[in-house]
Design a protein around this ligand. Structure first.
Ligand SMILES: NC(=O)c1ccc[n+]([C@@H]2O[C@H](COP(=O)([O-])OP(=O)(O)OC[C@H]3O[C@@H](n4cnc5c(N)ncnc54)[C@H](O)[C@@H]3O)[C@@H](O)[C@H]2O)c1
Length: 273
């Protein structure tokens, strides 16, 4: 498939999980791809306290997978919550890959806590990465996207951006914010010919869900049992989503010239609006 031949994409948090799936799908469709990644999230909040995240090393591995497909690819070290980093990730992409046509704001963090005991730090980290990170990444990319015909932004929200879930109110708040930001920005950038859409994934067993299955287990329940309870209880089509499922929609949105302002679920029917 060469639907995106000649296009350049930048995927934040693209080292692993959903971001990696999107990066590979865009490359398979013909795009050259830059991946922006942090080595470690600078926070003491919950599971990020000691955890090594995707990391720059993993981003370089994903870059090798993309170049093996015959596309150009680079990894840029960038924390999307820092303005200077987002400016640099766009600069390096344009400098090394020749422009920017598709920005995918995928980097995100999650943590589980009832509101009654949620720390201010966990709230701040969630908003800094999931909301401010999307704002800063879009703001940095807009001048470059405006130079290209058919450019677009794809923000990764969640079904948690369409409905509430107990224990993750702060995460839901951040994803509702991404959906609202996406629809506003779509109207704002339409005159410049830049389309802005969101993808709302359902449940994928990425590193994020490895943590969630542990954190949301009932007492005496194994991690596997918790995972199955959520998959069977929530997904009408009966199977979890995959990074390939999300990548498929990202390729469509990157090419769909008359689609903007949408927040599309890829969730096996969890949310029907
Ligand atoms: N896994 C799911 O079930 C699910 C469902 C709906 C939405 N999502 C969303 O999809 C996106 C990807 O999630 P995932 O499941 O692949 O999780 P993941 O934890 O496997 O991947 C997230 C990636 O983002 C990177 N990252 C985190 N903070 C960053 C920062 N400040 N700057 C740059 N990169 C950063 C991490 O290093 C990691 O590579 C997130 O926005 C998440 O909220 C996930």
């Amino acid at each position: 498939m060469t639907q995106l031949a000649g296009k350049v994409a930048l995927v934040t948090g693209g080292a692993r999980g959903i971001g990696r799936g999107i990066a590979l799908a865009l490359a398979e469709a013909g795009a050259d791809v830059a991946i922006a990644e942090v080595e470690r999230v600078a926070s003491a909040a919950q599971q990020y306290r000691d955890a090594a995240l995707g990391g720059f090393t993993l981003a370089q591995q994903t870059v090798r997978e993309i170049t093996a497909l015959g596309r150009k690819a680079i990894a840029v070290q960038a924390d999307v919550a820092r303005r200077a980093d987002t400016l640099r990730m766009v600069h390096d992409t344009v400098d090394e890959l020749g422009g920017l046509d598709v920005l995918v704001c995928n980097a995100g963090v999650v943590s589980v806590s009832p509101v009654a005991s949620l720390t201010e730090e966990a709230w701040d980290l969630t908003m800094a990465v999931n909301v401010k990170g999307v704002f800063l990444s879009c703001q940095a990319a807009i001048p470059e996207l405006a130079k290209r015909r058919g450019a677009s932004i794809i923000n990764i929200a969640s079904v948690a951006g369409k409905n509430g879930f107990p224990g993750v109110a702060h995460y839901c708040a951040s994803k509702f914010a991404v959906v609202g930001f996406t629809s506003s920005l779509a109207k704002e950038l339409a005159a410049a010919g830049i389309r802005v859409n969101a993808i709302c994934p359902g449940i994928l067993r990425t590193q994020m869900w490895e943590y969630l299955a542990e954190a949301m287990g009932d007492s005496g329940e194994s991690k596997e049992e918790t995972w199955q309870r959520y998959v069977k209880g929530l997904i009408p089509l009966g199977r979890p989503q995959t990074p390939q499922d999300i990548g498929q929609l990202a390729v469509y949105l990157a090419a769909a010239e008359n689609v903007t302002g949408q927040a599309i679920n890829v969730d096996g029917g969890i949310e029907l609006h």
